[in-house]
Design a protein around this ligand. Structure first.
Ligand code: MN
Length: 389
């Protein structure tokens, strides 16, 4: 656990400083490298099939007093679109049910749920594999929320600057990462719904149990002496840090495309983005907020500040909101828009109100009330030793 708990740790796995992570991710999006078929498959050194499968032998963790059962939290689910064959990778929490079955949470509107729905419409199970014990680059690629047609294995190749090595699964028509530690092979059953949850999520709340889909595991393959990797689920660093890397890279691109004078942005809290811009005209903060909402389903609050505010200094962000906003003019609400199905305040699961906040000075920072400064020549003239022995 905690392999992904800091940006510098993730970046060092790619041999780059943490400040270069977003640019590296964007470069990977532009220059994907498709996977290759590997000649050897360490992950298939041991193959367990059928009745011999027993998920209870994996050291699954229960993190919180509110978790209904042990969970798989760092499983990368690999599936392909039944029509196009395009690969999709995603993180999905999976609840241990019995020796070969797992409850699975799939966000409605996201890619795996879309792929599953297409299979279910035909009355078919969706074959999946779950990769456990993964390089941080695979994890960043798997938790990116990009366009539906983008195949994450190519983005992972771009991040690594070499193709992701894959081999055919033993019991499913899918490729699996040859160098993973452990792989679960199976399918998500059509029409089956059973209770899943509760489970404490990244926002710190236990999401309530609901009827959700079920994975039937047909085979477990692993390296000899495999290491089981998990991710500290809930409002802890690892769960909060890892997804923000691809999210901020995606948002940076989308917002800069709409407002080229974007200076910086930061996911400051779950569902909450702060962006700073050098405002060229009065509509730009709204343009920035709308571009961010369009690019990232999860966002619920977008706060746009002038470029004199450090987006990572939340007390300055609040200061700007308090001193540069009049709410009847500067906040706009989009009611009942698709958002996170994990928002505990949503009345209907997956539908949330979104608020855009223009916390820039109006009409411009230059013409706004001047901010008093202590003249620098006074500061430089004052010497502590003139006053103290
Ligand atoms: Mn996808």
């Amino acid at each position: 656990m905690n392999c992904f708990a800091s940006r510098s740790r993730i970046a060092s796995s790619l041999g780059i400083p943490s400040g270069a992570l977003l640019a590296r991710f964007q470069e990977a999006l532009d220059n994907p490298i498709p996977p290759t078929e590997a000649s050897s498959a360490p992950v298939q050194e041991v193959v367990i099939e059928g009745d011999s499968v027993d998920l209870g032998r994996l050291p699954l963790m229960r993190y919180h007093d509110t978790d209904a059962a042990p969970y798989v939290t760092a499983g990368i689910v690999i599936a392909k679109d039944p029509d196009t064959g395009a690969y999709n990778l995603s993180f999905n929490r999976m609840m241990l049910k019995d020796r070969n079955r797992l409850g699975i949470f799939m966000t409605v509107g996201k890619h795996l749920n879309e792929i599953y729905s297409r299979a279910e419409e035909r009355g078919e199970a969706l074959p999946i594999v779950v990769s456990l014990g993964n390089h941080p680059a695979w994890a960043i690629g798997a938790c990116m929320i990009g366009p539906y047609q983008v195949e994450e294995p190519g983005v992972i190749g771009g991040l690594m600057k070499r193709p992701l090595e894959m081999v055919p699964a033993r019991t499913a028509d899918l490729l699996v990462p040859a160098r993973a530690e452990i792989v679960l092979e199976g399918e998500i059953e059509p029409f089956t719904r059973e209770m899943e949850g509760s489970f404490t999520e990244f926002h710190g709340y236990a999401t309530r149990p609901r009827e959700r889909q079920v994975v039937r595991v047909r085979a477990v393959t692993h390296r000899r002496g495999a290491v089981y990797q998990d991710l500290v689920g809930g409002a802890h660093r690892e769960h909060l840090v890892l997804p923000t890397v691809p999210m901020e890279a995606n948002l940076e691109r989308a917002v800069r495309g709409a407002v080229p004078s974007l200076k910086a942005l930061r996911i400051a809290a779950p569902f909450c983005l702060v962006a700073s811009i050098r405002k060229g005209h009065p509509g730009q903060p709204k343009t920035a907020a709308l571009a961010a909402f369009g690019a990232e389903l999860y966002l619920k609050q977008v706060i746009v500040v002038d470029d004199d505010i450090d987006v990572s200094d939340l007390s300055r962000v609040l200061w700007a909101m308090a001193t540069r906003c009049q709410w009847s003019r500067d906040a706009f609400v989009i009611p009942d828009a698709p958002g996170s199905s994990l928002d505990p305040s949503a009345v209907t699961e997956g539908l949330v109100d979104k608020v855009g906040i223009d916390a820039t000075a109006k009409p411009t920072l230059e013409s706004f009330s001047p901010r008093g400064k202590i003249p620098p020549e006074v500061l430089s003239r004052m010497k502590l030793e003139d006053y103290l022995d």
